[in-house]
Design a protein around this ligand. Structure first.
Ligand SMILES: Cc1cc2nc3c(=O)[nH]c(=O)nc-3n(C[C@H](O)[C@H](O)[C@H](O)COP(=O)(O)OP(=O)(O)OC[C@H]3O[C@@H](n4cnc5c(N)ncnc54)[C@H](O)[C@@H]3O)c2cc1C
Length: 522
């Protein structure tokens, strides 16, 4: 797949073809979507190279997933309806059909038969299906409330040991390699031996699959790992790929309300935990007929309103065997010094419902470029995602895209790589950190749970200036954190643009009247 001894390190396509670093299928990202894509392609006989900027399994939201992965529970039509309802009727029914019709087969094939994951079972040895908000049935497979870890670690182990896959960790894709509207791979920041290449290292691929996850790092409070800087969405958009639905940023209603927030899975409410306001009263019945199990966007706004009105909102876990059933979450509470059954909660950025526009096999609008998982917009979530459908989406679309990406008409072509410059590597002290804080504040203030059209316009102005400053530095530097900041600012601007172009308040895009101070009259 690659000549590790003589790899070119000057950022341009090497003259000697034997020096060129190539793969049939190049996958960017090592969460569930990237692993599934790698597996799908390797099973069809492709030589696969998987890059991840993380030192695995860190950096992937998959490793942090709690509640579980949805199956059909024997009633596919009911799951389809729940997904459509949670999205306020905005999800694409054809995309939901693809997901749900392949759900049980993918779970059985990969998670049960290939990876041997031991999901929780009842005393009778049957799967102990759980339920989460807006699900009308018990159909979610889980391992405690630490399902992601139990899926991702064996999955990575399997990919590592597959004879057709090569995994390179701590290696970031900085740019896509494009030529005449076709994608030919990426420029990464390290060579196959793991050495940093200041001018970028090209990897040429027959097909390239982006599986770079979410955008949590655009907000001050997020449930996501710091790696979630929206890289794939930015790289695809900069190369001219279509993106869609980016205004629909999902905020989870129950994250710990304090420093270093963490998620309190909806499975807790699914099993009986309830929300109470600062007066000790339950309130969700006043907001939605499904009460505490209403769709996420509704609960998040209700929690926000009640926090403002009564000072705080807590998740009361006293109806549960909290320590026994949810040991990983209970441990996080103990680490933060939370005692008793009432955990203070507040909404927190959680999931990007939109992303790179793809079809039912993960194909983007650019030739030979695919996208899967959270960075992709398949249409299954519309304006609001149903709980425990994201791992499933990554698994199903990952496999489908991986298989489709093995193409006889797509050999790696060593096109001219962009000449990334690192002529002036030093940055002003704390440049990236300070600009990142400014970006997050702008997103928190103007593109959060509630938006107002004038504030969105103001945000766009701030973000445009910020991106201009970052672009000026990136012309002569290849530092990874600078590229991450560039990517975050591109995605932030795309979110602002999508929000400004959508006048309808729906799902995660909730519009309010202007609260901007008007200029005083003369
Ligand atoms: C706390 C938490 C709990 C959740 N619970 C659930 C749940 O119970 N059920 C459910 O269905 N969903 C849940 N979700 C959502 C779900 O986990 C994610 O949407 C899903 O795991 C995303 O998978 P992914 O493979 O697309 O991305 P990720 O798992 O985030 O992986 C992305 C990978 O891309 C790499 N990467 C990013 N940029 C680059 C680059 N430029 N170069 C190289 N590598 C790069 C990252 O390092 C990472 O390895 C939860 C999410 C969080 C954060």
């Amino acid at each position: 797949m690659t000549d590790t001894e003589d790899t070119a390190t000057d950022g341009t396509a090497a003259a000697d073809p034997s020096d060129v670093d190539t793969a049939d299928v190049l996958v960017i990202g090592s969460g569930i979507a990237g692993c599934a894509a790698a597996l799908g392609a390797a099973r069809k006989g492709a030589e696969v190279c998987l890059l991840t900027k993380a030192e695995r399994p860190d950096g992937a939201s998959t490793d942090w997933a709690q509640g579980g992965i949805s199956t059909t529970g024997g009633n596919p039509e009911s799951l389809k309806q729940d997904m459509l309802d949670a999205s306020d009727g905005t999800a694409d029914p054809d995309a939901i059909d693809v997901l749900v019709d392949h759900a049980d087969e993918a779970v059985e094939d990969v998670l049960l038969d290939t990876l041997d994951i031991e999901f929780d079972v009842t005393a009778d040895g049957e799967f102990d299906y759980t339920r989460e908000a807006a699900h009308s049935d018990y159909r979610i497979l889980h391992v405690d409330a630490a399902t992601g870890t139990h899926i991702l670690r064996p999955f990575l182990h399997h990919i590592d040991n597959h004879d057709r896959t090569e995994v390179r960790q701590d290696t970031a894709a900085l740019e896509l390699l494009t030529h005449e509207g076709r994608v030919h791979g990426v420029v990464s920041d390290r060579d196959p031996r793991g050495a940093t290449v200041p001018n970028g290292h090209p990897i040429f691929a027959g097909t390239t699959i982006l599986a770079t996850g979410g955008i949590g790092a655009l907000y001050t409070r997020s449930t996501n790992p710091d790696d979630a800087t929206g890289d794939g969405i930015a790289l695809a958009a900069l190369a001219g790929a279509d993106v869609e639905d980016l205004e629909y940023v999902q905020f989870h209603p129950t994250a710990y309300d304090g420093d270093d927030p963490f998620l309190l899975s909806e499975a807790l409410r699914g099993e009986g935990a309830v929300l109470r306001n600062g007066d000790g009263d339950r309130f969700m019945d006043d907001y939605h007929p499904q009460g505490d199990l209403a769709p996420r966007d509704v609960v998040a706004r209700a929690v926000d309103t009640e926090r403002e009105a009564t000072g705080e909102v807590v998740l009361d876990v006293s109806p549960l065997d909290f320590e026994g059933e949810y040991p990983a979450i209970a441990e996080k509470c103990r680490d933060r010094g939370i005692e008793g059954d009432e955990i203070p909660v507040a909404p927190c950025e959680h999931f990007c419902c939109g992303g790179i526009d793809v079809d039912d096999r993960g194909r983007t609008s650019l030739d030979r470029l695919y996208a899967v998982g959270e960075c992709a917009r398949t249409g299954v979530h519309g304006a609001n995602r149903l709980a425990s459908t994201s791992l499933l989406e990554g698994l199903v679309w990952g496999l489908r895209a991986g298989e489709d990406a093995v193409r006889v008409d797509a050999d790696p072509e060593p096109v001219q790589a962009p000449d990334l410059r690192n002529s002036d590597p030093a940055l002003p002290d704390r440049f990236a950190a300070e600009k990142s804080v400014r970006l997050k504040r702008t997103m928190d203030e103007y593109l959060g749970l509630e938006r107002d059209p004038e504030e969105i316009a103001r945000a766009s102005g701030v973000l445009r200036r910020l991106k201009g400053e970052v672009d000026a530095y990136i012309r002569t530097r290849t530092a990874r954190d600078l590229y991450e900041l560039r990517n975050a600012s591109v995605v932030a601007l795309l979110i602002a643009r999508a929000a400004s172009e959508n006048p309808e308040s729906i799902g995660c895009h909730y519009l309010v009247e202007s609260t901007l101070e008007q200029p005083a009259d003369d």
